[in-house]
Design a protein around this ligand. Structure first.
Ligand SMILES: [Cu+2]
Length: 118
């Protein structure tokens, strides 16, 4: 039971930290990363997009995806690199994996805010 208490307090503190990042993020889910971006559950405000992993760069915490259209970013299909707010999001992913993900521009940086292996 003690560990559950610790986990809950971590979630509460992570949620509190996200408030500095403005109104644009859906605040209804937790936990969030240090960047105030949800990473474990999909956002309600972003479309899910299909992609294929081209490269995982753990050192610079980036992922290169060949992606379908991303309506919220006005992007067509292409291959490009995204920042990843949480290392755990790309742990276990490798080249060739099919994924679903959500992306947005976070403080000027194109960022994967949720990703799941298919
Ligand atoms: Cu793109």
């Amino acid at each position: 039971m003690k560990s559950i208490g610790v986990l809950l307090s971590l979630i509460v503190s992570a949620s509190a930290g996200s408030s500095a990042f403005g109104q644009s993020w859906d605040q209804s889910y937790a936990p969030t990363s240090d960047y105030g971006v949800a990473v474990l559950q999909p956002s309600n405000n972003h479309p899910k997009v299909n992609g294929v992993v081209r490269r995982v760069d753990m050192a610079s915490q980036k992922i290169t995806l060949k992606h379908d259209e991303i309506p919220n970013l006005g992007m067509g299909e292409m291959t490009m690199t995204f920042a990843v707010p949480e290392m755990s999001m790309i742990h276990g992913l490798s080249r060739g994996d099919r994924v679903q993900f959500q992306a947005d521009e976070v403080e000027g940086v194109l960022t994967v805010i949720w990703i799941e292996k298919q």
